[in-house]
Ligand binder design. Structure first.
Ligand SMILES: [Zn+2]
Length: 395
């Protein structure tokens, strides 16, 4: 029996690797699997039949599904379930047979305990938590070593930012670092863009004024996921970098002003970016949760706010909530402020960590950063593939 892609999926959740199957009991609508730690997980028959990984149901080479969920009777009951060699073997009324490894079942168990265990490993932070020892990585190590790369990406996922040191001042190093993860995200600013004071700026970023903490490309349907800002020259006075954990601010808002938090999740803000040949708009809430009610993204940029388009009864609540969130994220306890030196690159989750900078005086010296983006999907894909490879190396 071949399990196609399911085999790969199983090793993603490395934390489950030690669980083994103890027993399987047939119930009316599901099989109850008991694990070696005494915990029980139900698996519905329709779910098991739908996820059969046999060569008939899933293409052996392409790994994609060929079975049709619409063909499974909702009242399907297995004729037999048995555990053999740490796998669950299921026999169906039409004599079709399915086999699921303990690893695969553990990785996909959907009881509440298992789902809570597989939450994203986010560490929310205040400035004081990271100022002494911010999460860092070394450019030459992540470029040359896959283990160092994986450790860096996991740190980036956990904290939402890292500072990569030892990048030097060569233009081109930042796309090289980003491409260690995946291909670059393009936009009207280009794949790689220069941040310096310009005479005819088409963004506030290209001036010397203070940039309050914000996320980038808020007026697009999908905000870029990972943002890279490589400091190549920093001789100007001022211009300190600011990072703010948007999820930490959102959570603080929830605790002290639940009504404002609920409004920012429900009522969309409007954003728009225009230049000579670009006009992009998007309306989304400032705080978004995913299907598990976990923080999904923060979308916040005063510079690109557009006229609200919402129910008239939501206008005042929106402004009250937006103001509460804005004042909160400016509190010094949330603002991690530091000076990027030449050779440093700040890398952050643009959909979680807001970034900004203090004003600088362009007459005191040059300040030149180079930046680019990688999308979240590709960032997470790289983590999964590296984990799969590291798991196979350990075997
Ligand atoms: Zn099958």
């Amino acid at each position: 029996v071949s399990f196609g892609q399911n085999q790969y999926m199983a090793v993603i959740e490395q934390g489950h690797a030690t669980l083994t199957l103890t027993s399987a009991l047939r119930d009316t609508n599901w099989v109850t699997v008991r694990w070696s730690n005494g915990h029980d997980s139900p698996f519905h028959y329709v779910w098991l039949r739908d996820n059969c990984g046999c060569a008939e149901c899933r293409h052996v080479i392409a790994g994609e599904r060929m079975s049709d969920p619409a063909s499974i009777p909702l009242d399907l009951i297995a004729t037999d379930v048995v555990t053999v060699d740490d796998s669950l073997l299921v026999t169906w009324p039409d004599a079709h047979r399915s086999s699921f490894s303990a690893q695969w079942l553990a990785a996909h168990a959907y009881d509440s305990v298992s789902r809570a265990r597989s939450r994203r490993p986010l560490q929310l932070w205040n400035a004081a938590d990271v100022a002494e020892a911010p999460p860092t990585a070394q450019f030459d190590e992540v470029m040359s070593d896959d283990t160092a790369l994986l450790e860096w990406l996991l740190r980036l996922q956990t904290y939402g930012f890292t500072i990569v040191r030892g990048m030097g001042s060569s233009p081109g190093n930042v796309p090289m670092l980003a491409k260690r993860i995946a291909f670059l995200r393009d936009s009207n600013f280009g794949q790689v863009w220069e941040v310096r004071s310009e005479p005819k700026p088409d963004s506030l970023a290209y001036t010397s004024v203070k940039l309050t903490a914000h996320t980038d490309l808020v007026s697009r349907e999908a905000q870029p996921g990972v943002q890279f800002l490589h400091c190549m020259v920093n001789e100007a006075q001022g211009g300190e970098s600011i990072l703010v954990d948007g999820f930490a601010v959102a959570e603080a808002l929830r605790q002290q002003n639940l009504e404002a938090w609920q409004t920012l999740i429900r009522v969309p803000a409007a954003f728009r970016y225009q230049n000579d040949d670009t006009d992009v708009c998007a309306s989304f809430p400032v705080i978004r949760l995913d299907h598990r009610n976990e923080y999904f993204e923060v979308r916040y940029s005063n510079a690109l706010l557009a006229p609200l388009d919402c129910d008239r009864d939501d206008v005042l609540p929106f402004y009250a909530a937006y103001q509460a969130f804005s004042l909160l994220l400016r509190e010094p306890r949330f603002e991690y402020s530091f000076r990027l030196e030449a050779g440093d690159c700040e890398v952050f989750d643009n959909r979680r960590v807001m970034h900004g900078r203090q004003a600088f005086d362009p007459n005191t010296g040059r300040r030149h950063l180079q930046g680019c983006y990688v999308d979240t999907d590709d960032f997470l894909s790289r983590i999964r593939v590296l984990q799969r490879q590291s798991d196979f190396r350990l075997r």
